[in-house]
Design a protein around this ligand. Sequence first.
Ligand SMILES: [Ca+2]
Ligand SMILES: [Ca+2]
Ligand SMILES: [Ca+2]
Ligand SMILES: [Ca+2]
Length: 326
Amino acid sequence: MGNPQPKPIESPKMKKILPLLVALAAISAPVSAQTDLGPLNLPAGTTTLPLFEGFEVAAGVIPPYMAVTELDVATLLPDPEAWCNIGQKAPCLNPFNGSYALEMGLIPGSTNYHDVRNALVLGIDGTGYTGSTSMAFQVFDEGEESDVVDGVWISNDGVGWYQVYGDWTSLPQAWTYVTGVDLASTPVDITGQFYLAFVQEDNFPYLDLDGVGIDDIAIPGRALLTSTALAGGAYATVTIDSTTAGGTATLLASFTGSGPSFYGNVQVDLSQPIFTIVTIPTDVNGDAVLSSIVPANLSGRTIYLQGIVSDGINSNVTTLLVDTIL
Ligand SMILES: [Ca+2]
Ligand SMILES: [Ca+2]
Ligand SMILES: [Ca+2]
Ligand SMILES: [Ca+2]
């Protein structure tokens, strides 16, 4: 055997002091394994869960639950050539849906190539939320190189951050639906107020060899609704890819906008009037497919398509698809 065990130090006085020391240590102990992303601006307000952020409601005005950071990486000071835009700086260049998205990169058109760091921080209050903590979002990667701050992060205090997704380099140069990002996978407590940050760092402009676009952030993640080309008088196939096997999928359409409004007791991203196209069962994989002829007289119209997937108890909306019928 090795050295004898040291005799525990214990005296009546220590019995009183030790719990106090333990309590103090618990209060002052730093939370481990955090990354400092630099001086990120934090929003003063919060929004609630469930959350859907397509940047359309904000319509180019930064709401109180968002804050933008645009830094020169060399100095970590604000940089007028850093570009973190949800439409407050200029019209968005390539939104996935609608007219607005989050764009992060060097300012478009610049040839003053240098590293900039951009962040959009959302303040979220998870109090009382009991739903899924799995997040999904649409992302566009123009050609990012890896930087340690690249990705999606969460934090309780806005100083120490835990990465839940990243970096960006594995993504294609096309809008891509990222799903299954679990916000409960870190020590950050998301049952109260917390911050969610989308962070990008690189040296070329948005949509010019670098840059990240983000749209349609959803907590919980939404089933993906896709369609083949929509053309008046021709067949189109709409597919809903959900995880609800043996349930139902109801396909809805609007020609007036992306809401929000209510369909029964489900909030949808469709403006009234809302048309019910069909309700069909989901298969063993949770998928539902509809093939139908698009009425010829709809050519030229903008259509907003969304589904509601139900297991008979819970109903969840799918992603929204906005398209102009050919
Ligand atoms: Ca959008
Ligand atoms: Ca690049
Ligand atoms: Ca990068
Ligand atoms: Ca680069």
